[in-house]
Design a protein around this ligand. Structure first.
Ligand SMILES: [Zn+2]
Length: 125
């Protein structure tokens, strides 16, 4: 016998908000982003926002890679510290941050993949 769990008012509220959620966002949040590299290089050649993020970081990253999702346009910013020794080269990622489009985040839906999947399947019945 299957036990039925009654959703809380908060869960019902999130589910209601997801009925208007952007289809591309819903796809990305249930299967992952479709990344393409849009920038790789020294922080000094990155956009102002990336340079500012690097400036504030305690590791003083000097290289950046920006990925852009082809579906929802979210951007991922990886910041790295690159070191050159006499006979060696090292590369360490010290930060990964995201730039989301407006309305990508839905209050209460973060970490609740079941609700996102429910909405995806509700739309595709
Ligand atoms: Zn995406």
């Amino acid at each position: 016998m299957t036990k039925t769990i009654e959703p809380t008012p908060e869960v019902i509220d999130v589910a209601r908000r997801l009925t208007n959620y952007d289809a591309a966002y819903l796809e990305c949040r249930t299967i992952g982003h479709a990344w393409m590299v849009s920038f790789v290089g020294p922080v000094s050649k990155a956009d102002t926002d990336v340079r500012e993020r690097a400036r504030r970081h305690s590791w003083s990253p000097d290289a950046a890679r920006i990925l852009a999702c082809q579906r929802c346009l979210t951007q991922r910013i990886d910041l790295c510290v690159v070191g050159y020794g006499r006979d060696s080269y090292s590369y360490r990622m010290v930060s990964r941050q995201y730039r989301y489009r407006d309305n990508y985040k839905v209050e209460g839906a973060h970490g609740n993949r079941d609700l996102l999947h429910e909405e995806l399947f509700r739309r595709n019945q």
